[in-house]
Design a protein around this ligand. Structure first.
Ligand code: SF4
Length: 339
């Protein structure tokens, strides 16, 4: 058993979990909504501690992070479970239906060694929702910071405030899914609250974590022009025009099989709306090789970083700026704490 962080005794035999914004009150012997945290006699057990379902060195662009250490590799690790329940999940075998999935047991100390052995420059907690093994990611991230490896969370943004504040001491970047911009979508299709996700984005930005946002555009569900504009306006005004946004193409998966793939025209509309709201770096993903996956200077429009899929094939950035007009570009080439 691994005693979880962030829980407190409640009335009767319940404990209240404070790791994510659900705040489950869990009776003895039962699990929370995520099914990976169990009340064992008044103590919350973090059942997935050290249980890795997937490990691979990936280009950092695959997270996707386009403005964080571009062109480098990130050792990517996932466990099982999720605290949301998206019918369109593309990793549902490990996030929702993982009962028979075998995992490999790891120690936190093994992770920096694996990053080094795989010639990776960072470590990403990804594939499933990383808060599902929060305690392990925290322990390993503290060691990774000491060993010189930046860390990344690829997340649904449903983590509660205090755990994020603690994690931010050893977390460098996040890609946060904003799955829609209406509470109706979140309550019907995801089983969560949009407001909590937006608060996480704002807090992460305030804490100085590099953030990029992903918005999966699903036909008829979250693709109205007004909604896309509202999302972009919030990102530009409540975060920053410099925050990179990735609009991603939906394809039918898991339980959402009766909705067609996103038309390119809708993705183009999303990009136009986002640029009109003032966002400087807007990308379209999951559509094959197009100019929409390249980085351009927001001032003179020069091509700065050219990508092919998840590979950087040309990087013209000079000292974090445009080599043609000198415009400062929002990119972390290396976190400041690395000497
Ligand atoms: S992590 Fe979230 S979903 Fe899981 S038990 Fe805690 S509050 Fe509930």
């Amino acid at each position: 058993m691994k005693t979880a962080l962030y829980f407190a005794a409640e009335k009767g035999d319940r404990v209240k979990c404070g790791l994510c914004r659900h705040g489950c009150a869990i009776p003895d012997g039962k699990v929370g909504i995520c099914r990976v945290r169990r009340n064992l006699g008044g103590v919350l057990d973090a059942t997935t501690y050290g249980h890795a379902s997937s490990i691979a060195p990936d280009p950092i662009e695959k997270k996707p992070l386009f403005h964080f250490m571009p062109g480098t590799h990130s050792l990517s690790l996932g466990s099982v479970g999720c605290n949301l329940n998206c019918g369109f999940c593309q990793n549902w075998e490990i996030s929702q239906e993982w009962g028979a999935r075998s995992t490999r047991k790891l120690s936190p100390e093994a992770v920096p060694m694996m990053a080094r052995d795989n010639q990776c420059q960072s470590v990403s907690w990804t594939y499933n929702e990383p808060t599902m093994w929060y305690e392990f990611t925290l322990d390993a991230s503290r060691l990774l910071r000491k060993a010189g490896f930046p860390t990344v969370y690829v997340t649904n943004g449903y983590i509660a405030e205090e755990p994020l504040r603690e994690l931010s001491k050893c977390l460098d970047a996040m890609n946060i899914d904003v799955k829609a911009f209406t509470e109706g979508f979140y309550s019907d299709l995801v089983k969560g609250k949009l407001s909590g996700v937006l608060e996480t984005c704002e807090l992460a930005h305030e804490l100085g974590i590099h953030i990029e946002l992903t918005y999966l555009v699903i036909p008829t569900k979250n693709d109205k022009e007004e909604e896309l504009k509202g999302f972009s306006k919030w990102a530009a005004q409540s975060l920053s025009p410099d925050v990179p946004v990735h609009f991603s193409r939906f394809h039918p998966d898991y339980r959402l099989l009766d909705v067609p793939s996103t038309p390119n025209s809708t993705l183009a509309l999303a990009k136009t709306a986002a640029l009109a709201e003032g966002l400087k770096y807007v990308y379209i993903g999951n559509i094959g090789h197009t100019d929409d996956e390249n980085t351009h200077c927001p001032k003179c429009r020069a091509l700065l970083v050219e990508r092919w899929g998840f590979r950087v094939i040309k990087n013209r950035l000079k000292g974090g700026g445009c080599p043609d007009c000198g415009e400062k570009i929002s990119v972390v080439e290396k976190p400041g704490w690395i000497v």
